[in-house]
Write a protein that binds this ligand. Structure first.
Ligand code: SF4
Length: 692
């Protein structure tokens, strides 16, 4: 390889640009792209180590059918035949796809088109359901569509940043670095709201160690105080917002004591938030992964809407996504309850428009099964053919032991992945070798709506193929040749961009129709751009002057009541278990474990416990503990630390059945979900802890 290849980091929703070049020994040298607007040359530890993860150890290099190497032709014919026969015998809702925020937008588009337009079911959901579905639901309830109002530059223009349920320093490091760099030049205060003391607290002016699940009570208290101090933006509310009075009444009736915070801490927080006009409230998995996740999101949005602090430089609510292309998946309709381009599956006009655009033979009229429901349907036999793409649900879904058993019981399981060495891949009837990050070409969308190209820097090894090509081949073999005959990913992107123009005619926000006639060479050289990118609007913030997407053009504030986590603490299960990511690991470590320096950071699974609890139980540092919940158990190394509160535990979510047989943390998590978003409550299990 000669010149450097411009691409995008595949880890998190920050979406940093990278420059890739041959390292002289068959691998890749990686550096931050100074020209990318997101990271401006910076990379975090994971991005910097990408070159160490592109080797072929444990790569799946050929199709396998029932454990034996097969040709592509035989494997694809079998997949198409089994899916077609299952649909003929049991109906289109007897099959399902479970896909991934790791997929590129073009791959996502093809999977969604095949399931929703040609198979005629909406049973396609994504591991993004575990990541930010509550944000999608909250945005749609408040704004009428799933729109991130702000841009990353707001983080540097704000005078106050509030992190809610977000360890930004570890999980979105480049955004944290941008905030810290801005702080060196000007006064910018930082508040962290998290039951746990995290690395993000090191630079914080205030840390609110609230009770798990009490975010609605906290932001209700803030809203009530906004009104009491006369800080409501009456002009903005009367022109652009519905539901203010009911939301305020509910907030005033909500008990702040539910947060567990002292009056002084609550007052300090309200002083800062209300007294600082330029405030950005960043929220992430601590908000989303909750049985009241959608309400938590709306409680935050309520405060920004009431003060008119939205869509203006340095102001607004800001969801940061976990996966590199969770946003692209949302936009392309990769969730079971959405169509492409933010169109609505329940809306007959939207459905008919997409049907016409795709010339689709069959469209579902109702949402499909969301992730947790989908695997329940696998367990009880309603789903009889399942295609899992770049995801490891046997480890990552709640009640993981039950999910693993469900997959094992499914009559036909296809796994597309870069490796066969996952708990999920071991259950597959057919394994399809997919291209990995450095071999893939397409686009991703980051958390501030910037769409970037991912470009291939290495040739596909063995028989590996791009996901979109595998999906299109199966579609053609199922008899859907006309809708799936692209020659390259540029043609898919252009089709998708044209569909967004159709969405614009319904008044939708997602519009990239200026790119609908893009040539392959334009696509190849396409620089990062932020949507919308259509005739009506380009690139900036949303909602400074209203323009919401409900039929009356107004936003909705919601009346919200706090709810405790679903799993009650009992004498048998007295500890509240929080779960999360580590700085140097990613998902179930299929990539990051290949890097020795990343694995050296925190090399084994552990659980954090407060010293008072450890003393009461007679435990010492490095003891092995068995955690148990009604769902399952895990064995972890004890760390004693005041970072967690008494009665709380924290454990990372990365380790699998393969790397440490008893450390699958999601085996402990109940499959309880938010009633609106379907997102599981991954951060508030009730468990026991005892020496192993
Ligand atoms: Fe990659 Fe995220 Fe790190 Fe950027 S912040 S280099 S996207 S892991």
């Amino acid at each position: 390889m000669g010149a450097e290849v411009r691409s995008t980091c595949p880890y998190c929703g920050v979406g940093c640009g990278v420059l890739l070049s041959a390292d002289g020994s068959g691998g890749l040298a990686v550096r931050g792209d100074p020209a990318h607007p997101t990271n401006r040359g910076r990379l975090c530890s994971k991005g910097s180590a990408l070159g160490e993860t592109v080797g072929l150890e444990e790569r799946l290099l050929a199709p396998q059918v029932h454990g034996s190497t097969a040709t592509w032709k035989d494997a694809l014919n079998l997949v198409a035949t089994r899916f077609r026969k299952t649909i003929e015998t049991h109906g289109s809702d007897s099959v399902a796809f479970y896909v991934s925020g790791q997929m590129l937008t073009e791959d996502y588009y093809v999977a969604n088109k095949l399931m929703k337009g040609f198979i005629g079911s909406a049973n396609i959901d994504t591991n993004s359901r575990l990541c930010m579905a509550s944000t999608v639901a909250g945005h749609r309830r408040a704004f009428g569509t799933d729109t991130v109002p702000g841009v990353y530059d707001d983080l540097e223009e704000a005078d106050l940043i509030v992190l809610v349920g977000s360890n930004l320093a570890w999980c979105h490091p480049i955004l944290y670095q941008r905030i810290m760099a801005a702080r060196e030049k000007r006064a910018l205060r930082l508040v962290v709201i998290d039951p746990r003391r995290t690395a993000s607290c090191e630079g914080a002016d205030l840390h609110l160690a609230l009770e798990p699940g009490s975010d609605v009570a906290l932001f209700n208290a803030l809203l009530a105080e906004v009104a009491r101090r006369g800080a409501v933006d009456r002009d903005y509310v009367s022109a652009h917002v519905e539901g203010f009075d009911a939301a305020l009444k509910a907030a005033q009736g909500s008990d702040p004591a539910f947060t567990g915070l002292s009056r002084e801490t609550l007052r300090d927080f309200c002083d800062l938030w209300i007294g600082t006009e330029k405030v950005v409230t960043i929220f992430s998995q601590g908000v989303n992964q909750s049985s009241s996740g959608s309400d938590k999101v709306n409680a935050i949005l309520n405060c920004h809407l009431a003060t008119g602090r939205i869509g203006k430089p340095g102001m607004g609510p800001f969801s940061v996504t976990g996966q590199p292309n969770a946003m692209g998946g949302r936009e392309v309709g990769g969730l079971a309850n959405m169509l492409a381009c933010h169109l609505d599956i329940e809306n007959v006009d939207h459905r008919d428009a997409v049907r016409g655009f795709w010339n689709a033979p069959a469209m579902p009229e109702a949402p499909g099964l969301k992730a947790v429901e989908m695997f329940r349907a696998v367990a009880d036999g309603r789903i009889k053919a399942l295609w899992l793409i770049h995801s490891n649900p046997a480890v990552t879904l709640p009640d993981a032991d039950t999910v693993q058993d469900a997959i094992a019981s499914c009559p036909f399981v296809v796994v597309s992945d870069i490796t066969a060495a996952t708990d999920t891949a071991r259950q597959a009837n057919v394994l399809l070798p997919a291209t990995a990050w450095a071999e893939k070409s397409g686009t991703v969308t980051n958390s501030d709506r910037t769409i970037s190209r991912q470009r291939a820097a290495l040739a596909p090894p063995g028989a590996a193929r791009p996901d979109w090509a595998i999906l299109a081949e199966v579609a053609q073999r199922m008899g859907f040749a006309e809708g799936f005959n692209w020659d390259n990913e540029a043609e898919i992107f252009a089709e998708y961009a044209a569909l967004s123009g159709l969405a614009r005619t319904f008044g939708k926000d997602f519009d990239i129709s200026n790119r609908a006639k893009l040539s392959s060479s334009d696509y190849d050289s396409m620089p990062p751009f932020r949507w919308p990118d259509g005739p009506a609007k380009s690139g900036g913030r949303f909602f400074e002057d209203g323009g919401f997407y409900h039929p009356d053009g107004k936003a909705r504030m919601l009346a919200l009541a706090p709810r405790a986590p679903a799993a009650a603490l009992t004498p048998e299960h007295p500890f509240r278990l929080n779960t999360g990511r580590l700085r140097d690991q990613w998902h179930t470590m299929t990539r990051t474990a290949l890097s020795p320096r990343l694995s050296a950071h925190l090399p084994e699974p552990f659980v954090d416990m407060h010293p008072d609890d450890a003393a009461r139980l007679g435990l010492a540092p490095a003891d092995l503990l068995r955690l148990e919940s009604p769902q399952g158990s895990a064995i972890l190394r004890l760390r004693i630390t005041r970072d967690v509160q008494p009665g709380h535990l924290f454990a990372p979510m990365h380790w699998t059945g393969e790397t440490a047989p008893s450390a699958r943390i999601d085996a402990l998590i109940a499959s309880v979900t938010d009633p609106v978003s379907g997102q599981p409550e991954s951060k508030a299990a009730a468990v026991s802890a005892a020496r192993f």
